[in-house]
Write a protein of this length. Structure first.
Ligand code: BDP
Length: 498
């Protein structure tokens, strides 16, 4: 089936499942109450808030992030005019820097205790080289997209000296396109693959990280860093912030961002991975935000969610790749904006790179009746490669929806949607115009809000035939003069006063 055929097929099957939505339209919408606290401005959403996360193993194919990859460049540009590409993932701790064609893969350092998680290929069987050509092409790709990058450096199976050698070339080649280095991916999980679980702690990690960061700083004056890039364990941010704050000012590496990851759930077989659960508000988000923010303030840094998505281990079919995940993305990204995050990077990329990050497979494929049927690989990717084309998936449109808030200052709201599962966010653009987003995650009930005094503007709607449709549509904007806005079940809307 071609990608177009596939789209048409899913659109038709989704249309057949439309009945609950139609029923909702027939009902009178529940009225929601929205109050904006314009006198208490919140955080400003950076212009480069929106980002994507890829396995840095993608660099093993220098033609991927390259100026010749026009289809991918077009998708990046259409998503955000100035986004952030994060390169990392599990593969960043098995890559090695190959400065010349004759360079040989270095031996494993003595502090590595290699483990192979059950059912996976050995981490080192999946190691690969990063070459100068790949980094040069990456620079040209970033120039073509007008994006910047967060560059992952191996901590799990490398040495400070090798980290510094790579960093010199990367910093020189990427220039202003490099935001910062991220040394080590999800170090809180190193006990599974690279270190002795019994003795591996946040302090041990920080000692190793500092040795690598200091080697990089000595070689690249002005180098900036993001850390700890943890999978879970938000208290690791507290530990590293205390350790950094205790260093003499001249000994402190320049920390740009305190970083962490977030997956709503996982693995794909987890019974919690249902749209119903995904579309509830997860209290963990606010808790992690609070801890991360406190750590960032302590070290004078920003904070960013550098890798995340709906379901770890590559995502789940019918969950990560459907419209429900787009509504989740819009809601989650706007909640991070209102908590003052510098940005969000949803994880994705090529099936091979993400499968390799997981020891060689995408377990979600085992849940498909026919794994050979065309599908996004990995399931959660914002941009899929299907039949040789780069296809924007539902979560991509969730991010694009939130891109409307770039540069705006969040305005706290009180929102009472009654019995409807909906959320709302507001902001003010630098020109003083108000933006309001309502995300109606309810599968059956529509909601209606009244906008006193702000009725002229443009509406952007994020919609699909149903929560389980394999598609999303983001409208280009329609004029409105009505002070009552109806947000149908399973859809989202932005009102832009103008
Ligand atoms: C994260 C890893 C990334 C994986 C992802 C996943 O950093 O490399 O691809 O989870 O499990 O833990 O999908």
């Amino acid at each position: 089936m071609s990608s177009l055929d596939r789209r048409r097929f899913v659109a038709l099957t989704a249309a057949a499942a439309l009945t609950p939505n139609l029923r909702a339209f027939a009902q009178t919408a529940a009225t929601a109450k929205l109050t904006l606290h314009t006198d208490q401005p919140g955080p400003t959403v950076p212009e480069d808030f929106i980002g994507l996360s890829y396995e840095i193993q993608q660099l093993s194919d220098p033609s991927f992030f390259a100026p010749s990859n026009h289809g991918l460049i077009a998708q990046f540009r259409a998503l955000a005019p100035h986004g952030v590409l994060r390169l990392g993932g599990n593969t960043s701790d098995v890559g090695w820097w190959k400065p010349t064609p004759n360079s040989k893969q270095p031996p494993l350092p003595s502090n590595v205790i290699l483990r192979t998680p059950p059912g996976e290929q050995s981490p080192m069987a999946l190691s690969y080289a990063v070459t100068p050509e790949a980094v040069r092409n990456l620079r040209a790709f970033l120039d073509a997209t007008d994006w910047t990058t967060l560059f992952g450096i191996n901590l799990g199976t490398s040495t400070p000296q090798r980290a510094a050698e790579e960093a010199i070339f990367v910093a020189k080649t990427l220039g202003p396109r490099l935001e910062f280095f991220q040394v080590g991916n999800e170090p809180d999980g190193f006990g599974r693959r690279f270190r002795d679980k019994a003795t591996w702690t946040a302090d041990r990690y920080f000692d190793e990280w500092l040795a690598a960061a200091n080697a990089i700083r000595a070689a690249v004056p002005g180098a900036k860093f993001g850390l700890p890039d943890t999978a879970g364990n938000p208290h690791w941010s507290t530990v590293i912030a205390d350790r950094i704050a205790a260093l003499a000012p001249q000994d402190r590496p320049n920390v740009a961002d305190v970083t962490h990851h977030y997956y709503f759930t996982g693995p794909p077989s987890n019974p919690k991975a249902t749209l119903d659960q995904l579309l509830k508000t997860d209290p963990r988000v606010a808790k992690v935000a609070e801890t991360t923010r406190a750590a960032a303030i302590k070290v004078g840094a920003k904070y960013r969610m550098t890798e995340g998505n709906s379901c770890y281990r590559g995502g789940k079919p019918g969950f990560s790749d459907v419209f429900g995940a787009a509504l989740w993305t819009a809601d989650y990204a706007l909640s991070l904006a209102s908590f003052g995050y510098a940005g969000i990077n949803l994880h994705g990329g090529s099936g091979k790179a993400v499968a390799d990050s997981l020891g060689g497979t995408l377990p979600g494929e085992l849940l498909m009746p026919d794994p050979k049927a065309p599908h996004p690989r990995p399931f959660y990717t914002p941009i899929a490669e299907i039949d040789g084309k780069y296809v924007a998936e539902p979560v991509y449109f969730g991010l694009k929806f939130v891109q409307h808030f770039a540069g705006a200052t969040m305005v706290p709201v009180d929102f009472d949607p009654g019995a409807v599962n909906a959320t709302a966010y507001a902001a003010k653009l630098p020109n003083g115009h108000t933006l309001i987003a309502v995300i109606n995650k309810d599968a059956t009930q529509s909601t209606e809000i009244t906008l006193p005094g702000r009725s002229k503007g443009t509406l952007y709607r994020l919609s699909a035939p149903s929560l389980t449709a394999h598609e999303a549509n983001l409208s280009n904007g329609e004029r409105t003069k009505s002070s009552t806005l109806n947000v149908p079940a399973a859809s989202a809307m932005i009102f832009l006063e103008n």
